[in-house]
Ligand binder design. Sequence first.
Ligand code: GH3
Ligand code: MG
Ligand code: MG
Ligand code: MG
Length: 333
Amino acid sequence: MFSSAYDRNFGQILIVDDNPDNLRLLSKMLESKGFKIKKTVSGEIAIHAAKIEPPDLILLDINMPDMNGYEVCRQLKSQEKTANIPIIFISALDQTTDKIMAFEMGGVDYITKPFQELEVLARVKNQLIIYQQHQQLIEQNQKLHQEIKVRQKVEEALLAANQQLQLFALLDGLTGVANRRKFDEYLNLEWQRLAREKLPLSLLLCDVDFFKNYNDTYGHLTGDDCLKQIAKTLKSSVKRPSDLLARYGGEEFAVILSNTNYEGAIYLAEEIRQNIYSLKIPHAQSRVDNFITLSIGVTTLVPNLEMSPNILIEVGDKALYTAKAQGRNRIVA
Ligand code: GH3
Ligand code: MG
Ligand code: MG
Ligand code: MG
């Protein structure tokens, strides 16, 4: 029964006994059954040998002159590398207290001398099977832990990638500012929040003047660079964390100003207009000036849940149209 369950790879046995006759007898008997045996008469040597090459089982005598078996056992159990090796005590001591002591020290079994060979063999096999199963469980556990760790890493990476994707989905590819989708999302959110709090919401619609001419003169790629520069300047002009700068359309940018009144909105719009003008981006075919300029439509409303936030854009569009009609490079509220 045992032999079928017992794996020959778990067959390293260390025998420790100060009596050479016992050593010889035991090792001869076990070797004849196919076990790989190491033997020593010294407890200290046994501890050393077990540390260097841990056996699968130790047969340990108790009465030995240099170090007794209990102490050998205690030292083996106190070191990580040897703590799990099963120890069977083999001793002439046959008092119950000796046996109890042996089990308390961490021994797994106790055989009294003079021993019966078949009994030793049965007990040895028994402990090797238990040890083998124990080691296999530890291995499976380690594999499982490794798999869980790998899975956690994969999940973390997926989550990060997903967050990155979600972030990108709300950004404009050319300028890196918020895109139209983010604009719509934020406008709706702030519209509802400020309606509840009865606070004003302002919107700036900024449109580059004669930008078609700019592209026609300098080429589309230079046009792209110009839009990037404008976006960068707008970004540094819009400072409050509750404000949102977005690319609303081709050469149109929108700024949502939460909890900002009419005066505040006009003030920022004027600052933006000047900041863009100060870039002095040459625009030979502009009919306003020789530089890139912006026209800005400004709207301020206290949101109302009965109305759609589109009203803000409609009014802003009209103001922007007026700014264009009045000669561009200006703000109209
Ligand atoms: P206005 O002063 O009335 O606003 O004149 P405009 O020429 O700026 O207005 P229009 O709407 O006629 O032209 C807008 C131009 O913006 C046309 C379009 O090719 C250009 N445009 C839109 N998106 C981009 C872009 O991503 N890159 C570049 N280079 N040009 C763009
Ligand atoms: Mg002895
Ligand atoms: Mg336009
Ligand atoms: Mg334009």
